[in-house]
Write a protein that binds this ligand. Sequence first.
Ligand SMILES: [Zn+2]
Ligand SMILES: [Zn+2]
Length: 463
Amino acid sequence: MRIRFWGTRGSLAKPGPTTVRYGGNTPCVEVRTADGTLIMLDCGTGAHELGRDLATGGPQPVHGHLLITHTHWDHIQGFPFFAPLFVPGNVWDIYAPGGLGNRLEATLAGQMEYAYFPVTLDQLGATIRYHDLVEGVFDVGDVQVTARYLNHPGLTLGYRLQAGSLVVVYATDHEPHASPASEASSESDASSQVLTVHHEDQGHIDFLRAADLVIHDAQYTAAEYPRKIGWGHSPIEYAVDVALAAGVKRLALFHHDPMHDDDTLDHLVEVCRQRVAACHGALEVFAAAEGLVLELSEGDGTASPEAERTASAAVDERGEASVGRATVLVVDDEPDIVRLLKDTLAPEGYWLLSAHDGETALRLARLERPSLILLDWRMPGKDGLDVCRALREDPDPELRRVPVVLLTAQLGPENISAGFSAGVTDYLTKPFKPAYVRSRVRGWLLRSRQDVAGERSPNAELP
Ligand SMILES: [Zn+2]
Ligand SMILES: [Zn+2]
């Protein structure tokens, strides 16, 4: 398997004398497998040079698979400038998270409207097929792809690619679910303790498990992170800790902050290597650099188990995972919080219900059987944990499995454990950012819908 980095910078292209070594273009990574399958991860400004490379070398016409993590600008800005899309005879399969109401094609067409760009989407010469994804497993050539939601203020998928025994995981635009306390985060022991407590961080570790290479968001340092919580990016220390916990071989720091110049990145790599050494780990850490080519060969790696196909297939061709008409119950004793959440979620088209105390919440849940419950922890009378326990013991199976997200201001390790043992699905920490709330709510709804579909047809395959 050959990996080539064409763009490594996060958020904003940053060319110039201080970024020549690690690169200034936004995310784009090329993956080639032994049977010639071409996978392109994201389509940031790095895609321009990859497009030139594909046009001048290699077999023609080109059949490629573009896996987009999400449609924030830095991940799609190279799309209108990617020459292979203009060549008749070429075929491109494009994948991105779906279930947004807006389909992928419409989102890409949006950035090519006349006000922004002179060529429209339907003028591209290549045959383009769009695939809206949800979490799950699908095949691309000889590669088995597993998609998993990441923690980002915009619905984002990470991709785990397995070809033979080789595994590469691309997990960018993601931040920790449990934020390590800032003073504890420089101590690897303390922060890895927090990691194992939160089910979602544990799920992220499982997603990276035993990979030969993990390309991971590493935009901030532990010192910078407390001011950037909710922006959807990882401190380098977290990237190292999850890679260590997952028994990963190589970690490529990725999505470099535009404020981090080449010398800063050299220093950050050194910080990571010292962290690995302090844990007596065998992880190899480097910073992804534009132009860097990695060859991974079989035998390098220990065989990884095939991803289980218990979840239904990830490709949602018919848009069945749309969550437009889902019912969401919002429960908080503070009217301002209820109003804020309802205002944030109303434009998504959900049917919104609200309650200000635990008793009413339970009554409404039994009556209306919502698809998702956002539930305040601290309330007079029945608190969030009481309500959650009651739901998990309810005779109605819908209420036993409905995702319950606890709203809380503090998220220490003890709090996290207490909630999970009461049957809580996940947490949303106050104060909320609207974009963050919207993307997490979509993720929870889509995932729970997948779980139900998986139960109905455990061996669902692609049509
Ligand atoms: Zn990004
Ligand atoms: Zn993003």
